[in-house]
Ligand binder design. Sequence first.
Ligand SMILES: [Cu+2]
Ligand SMILES: [Zn+2]
Length: 176
Amino acid sequence: MLVGRHDADSDTTEPAGAKAVAEIEPTSPASTVRGTVEFADEEAVTIVTINLSGATPGVHAMHIHQNQSCAAVDGGGGLGAGGHWNPADAAHGFPTAPVHHLGDLGNVTADKDGNVTATVTSEEFYVGDGPNTIMGHAVIFHEKPDDGSQPVGNAGARPGCGIIVPADEGTQAVSR
Ligand SMILES: [Cu+2]
Ligand SMILES: [Zn+2]
């Protein structure tokens, strides 16, 4: 039996166990970051597991962006993903802050070899159907840290991007 998570704002009950993945790929020849961002619905939370390699060592912002696109726009890799996913029309912030975009995942750190291993949890978004489903969006790996400032954390370029797809349907090619 699937145990559901009830969204207080709707009649939607989300089954636990749904999974999705974004395959992060470089958005330009100058970038080498790639890897996976996996999303797994548990009973009370959704667990986001980030595993990347080829990143520039240091701190990098990651966000879920609005559009289902990793396309370059006017030469800017990943700009096709649009702005931060923000269905509640909230201000930008860290995911631990009371107010933040739904897509704000905060910062991750790449070690000296360029590897990122991180876990983020959310009690607000989920893989399954409902108003706050992550499906239909893209994950962006940024050049710089998210400094928490408005409007979008000043995180710079978008060297990595991946479209979120159901984990059982494989991955979608990144358009450049
Ligand atoms: Cu972003
Ligand atoms: Zn944001």
